[in-house]
Design a binder for this molecule. Sequence first.
Ligand code: GLN
Length: 213
Amino acid sequence: MGVGVLALQGAFAEHEAVLDRLGAEWFEIRSSEDLKKDMDGIILPGGESTVQGKLLRDFGMLDELKAKINGGLPVLATCAGMILLAERIEDDDTVHLGTMPVTVKRNAYGRQLGSFNARGTFGDLEDVEMEFIRAPYFTNIGDDVQVLSIIDGNIVAARYGNQVATAFHPELTADTRVHQYFLDILGRIAAKRCSKSVFQTISLFSYRKLIKY
Ligand code: GLN
């Protein structure tokens, strides 16, 4: 298996480079055929959410991706990816995947002065370097959404179940901890899957023994 990286538009190659540095397997997702492959999780990169949303629709991938995420497929969504996940976009009726119960504001820092660098906490991780490029932030989050980062009073990273969204670009800094955080989620899910199947094998084995004697 491995991590699927949505590679329709935007900064997907930078995510792939980080996964390489962390020794994680990955493959690109460019079509609905690719979406059918088994994957441990998916990365939705930054770029332009309107373009990415249009391509997902044009290529007939939107509904399938939405169903996978609603079914529990772990996601790391950065910047435009975060906008794709949002249930609501401020001052806009567009909904792309809409799998995360949050409202986001696009280009929230203004179009011209929208790019900056900051350092802050991300969950338990401290002093994480954050690169913002015409970034959104969350203006509202649902009850079950966990806040991971706040910069200047604005929520810039959050998690809902297996969906992790950041307004900043962790793939553009040397700090690999956000990706590692995501890979740890995938690792825990894989371990659970494995212990479940071991448990099933053991119970099948004892059942067989039981009917034998
Ligand atoms: N402003 C972009 C959008 O609205 C997001 C920018 C980014 O991904 N760096 O989609």
